[in-house]
Design a binder for this molecule. Structure first.
Ligand code: GLV
Ligand code: MN
Ligand code: MN
Length: 413
């Protein structure tokens, strides 16, 4: 058969996605598959079983990253890699991450069924802890693999219950022996839902991001004085929650002033002792700031910090700030981005270049290998929510683009 006419099996992709969506299923139709949880383990086990059925060489590294390798004609050539993540947000959707893993699986199944020989090996990958929601920061599996983070530092990260990353990895049985260390990669493709409204709004099926925005994460700890709410007059209070409320608004106001060039969010807050009749004395909240313009983020954070200091002073609530994560904006490989757009065009899918406002493992991968992503529309532009949705038709289209991008790279000598 002419390889150009090859297409993935959309029904089989849907079945795999639906089977995965049963693991950690939430009542409102989403999933909760937190990193290194029992649900993460169950989904990994199913993924590994499917890799075995194709006789792929399975490798699990010290970070729990899972790789399945299909040999090429010349295994001295660097492989083509594709994948994404299996973990989810606490109230996440059925598509974020898993579509990129199941999409790559479907591509390999198609190549396998048609006994296509490629020049280069192809490796499918599930990266550990993309979300960063249970263990911050995000994209830790690919972060260690690409040499950004030290494995032992990551092992020592704790969740809100004090559970350590390394122990949880061991507990679910996915602490492999292979060093989490990069090898040469010919091309890395990550297939993902857009997680925003652009493609749907414009009636496009495929998006090819030119790169990922920069992302800065901070953890802010505010200290007040706890006291009985009744006898304590309003004057002279050091209410850590009121101070935090003002700081949170400062984050929002600073971002709103940038004419759409920057977004900033406080998404997590812990108030202590969290009792209706005690003045709060300890608050911890997070700040997430993103933009394509790194300098703009630095200036905005500076403004926010100055505002925080003034509020802390005025309310008598000292603050401590930790810088949890700072990653510069990452442009993808121009040749591969062009290839995604051209492949979409050849397959008859309306397409456009864009920017990714969400973080992805592809960000770290692009620092060590030519990288590109393939986006498909998110219905209503909703993601990181249980109603997250993408039509099966679009899922199939994106996987066909992935198939032909992988084939082109894997046939290169
Ligand atoms: C990853 O899910 C992100 O926060 O963009
Ligand atoms: Mn994702
Ligand atoms: Mn996500």
């Amino acid at each position: 058969m002419d390889i150009k006419n090859l297409r993935i099996n959309g029904r089989r992709l849907q079945d795999a996605m639906e089977e995965m969506a049963r693991i950690g299923k939430t009542p409102a139709g989403g999933v909760q598959r937190l990193t290194l949880s029992d649900e993460d383990r169950q989904a990994r086990d199913l993924f590994v079983k499917w890799l075995r059925e194709m006789d792929l060489a399975i490798m699990i590294d010290e970070m729990g990253n899972i790789f399945g390798k299909r040999p090429g004609k010349n295994n001295d050539l660097s492989p083509v890699m594709a994948g994404s993540h299996i973990d989810s947000q606490p109230k996440g959707g059925r598509f974020d991450g898993i579509l990129g893993v199941m999409g790559a699986l479907e591509v390999l199944r198609t190549i396998h069924d048609n006994t296509i020989e490629t020049e280069r090996p192809i490796i499918i990958v599930d990266w550990t802890n993309e979300e960063g929601s249970r263990f911050a920061p995000a994209v830790l599996g690919s972060g260690v693999w690409t040499g950004t983070w030290e494995k032992d530092w990551v092992y020592s990260r704790t969740d809100i219950h004090g559970k350590r990353f390394g122990e949880e990895l061991e507990r679910i049985g996915y602490r492999g022996r292979l060093p989490a260390k990069k090898w040469p990669v010919h091309a890395y493709y990550e297939y993902h839902i857009e997680q925003g409204p652009v493609l749907e709004r414009e009636g496009k099926v495929i998006g090819a991001p030119k790169g990922i925005v920069c992302i800065h994460w901070y953890d802010v700890y505010v200290k007040g004085t706890a006291n009985q709410v009744g006898p304590t007059p309003m004057e002279g209070r050091n209410d850590a929650l009121c101070a935090s409320a003002e700081m949170i608004l400062k984050v929002n106001e600073t971002a709103t002033k940038t004419d759409g060039n920057l977004v900033a969010t406080v998404g997590e807050i812990h108030n202590s002792p969290n009792s209706r009749n005690i003045i709060p004395d300890k608050v911890h909240f997070t700040v997430d700031i993103r933009s394509w313009d790194d300098e703009l983020v630095i200036r905005a954070w500076d403004e926010m910090r100055k505002g925080f200091d003034a509020i802390a002073e005025q309310r008598g609530c000292p603050i401590r700030i930790e810088e949890t994560w700072k990653v510069k904006h990452t442009p993808f490989d121009e040749k591969l981005v062009k290839r995604v757009l051209e492949t979409a065009q050849q397959l008859g899918y309306p397409n456009r270049p864009m920017v990714s406002g969400a973080g992805h493992d592809a960000g770290y991968l692009s620092m060590v290998a030519p990288t590109a992503m393939i986006f498909v529309p998110s219905i209503g532009g909703r993601s990181h929510v249980e109603v997250e949705n993408t039509s099966w038709e679009d899922c199939e289209a994106g996987a066909n683009v992935l198939l032909h991008c992988i084939l082109q790279s894997a046939l290169e000598k």
